[in-house]
Design a binder for this molecule. Structure first.
Ligand code: SAM
Length: 238
């Protein structure tokens, strides 16, 4: 697999991370789920000159190797490290889990075996996002897509005891993987079922920050923003 990097999507993720770390200077150690090429996080660290430690995990061996090479070339060794392996398996019981950031795989797929396993979020696209929210971190920054059952992700976060304290959203054009016919067919089926929200080839990507201790939950607002996207082009259900 080629290391994942999509200019708009990955940079928006990096921007959301930079924004979070700027607002929370006490956050000195951050876990990252799925580093991909590492470019998004390298940009974020450089943008704000983050002096804490970022521990990334990447399931794909070649992506992890290219992220490590980029970190070395960028002079960030010792500040950002990327280990090859499964994020969930790497979490140690009893470890203090303060903050995780992730642009997780969220492609919904129709079959048992997805064509792009590393980028698949399961049948609805929301499976990995929900696992991250169930992992026990105090603070979670997660990118959620309007075509991957976003309202159920927001409901799951609430059920896990989180408050959505801030979010940013960007309309994006579907990328090369989501435009593949079998993925697109699944997205269209989910749209008809009311669990995916797209406008032609456009979707919304939101970067949300959830805290265990927080007030003023904004998930109902983000849920409305997501579920109304593309509404003008949808036929009313009779
Ligand atoms: C959508 S890409 C995002 C990459 C990068 N963060 C970015 O935004 O450019 C998701 C990444 O998660 C990785 N991944 C998937 N499942 C994983 C797991 N269980 N543990 C660690 N990484 C995983 C994939 O290989 C892929 O590189």
């Amino acid at each position: 697999m080629l290391a994942f990097y999509d200019h708009q999507e990955s940079e928006f993720y990096g921007l959301c991370v930079a924004e979070l770390l700027t607002r929370r200077p006490a956050m000195r150690h951050v876990h990252e789920f799925g580093a991909g090429s590492g470019r998004a996080m390298v940009s974020a660290i450089q943008r704000i000159d983050f002096q804490g430690r970022m521990s990334g995990y990447e399931l794909d061996e070649r992506s992890a190797a290219s992220a490590r090479e980029l970190i070395h070339r960028s002079g960030l060794s010792g500040r950002y490290d990327v280990r090859h392996g499964d994020f969930f398996a790497a979490l140690r019981p009893g470890e203090k889990l303060r903050c995780v950031v992730a642009n997780p795989p969220y492609l919904p797929h129709p079959r048992e075996r997805p064509a792009f396993p590393h980028l698949s979020g399961g049948h609805s696209g929301a499976g990995i996002s929900k696992r991250i929210l169930s992992s026990g971190f105090d603070t979670v920054l997660l990118m959620i897509s309007s075509y991957a059952d976003p309202c159920s992700v927001l409901a799951h976060a609430r059920a896990c005891g989180y408050t959505l304290t801030s979010w940013m959203v960007l309309p994006l054009r579907m990328g090369e993987f989501s435009r593949r016919p079998h993925v697109r067919r699944r997205i269209d089926a989910m749209s008809r079922a009311g669990t995916a929200f797209v406008a032609g080839e456009r979707y919304l990507l939101a970067g949300g920050v959830w805290d265990r201790t927080g007030s003023g939950d904004q998930s109902a607002v983000l849920s409305r923003v997501m579920s109304r996207f593309g509404a003008a082009g949808r036929r009313p259900v009779s």
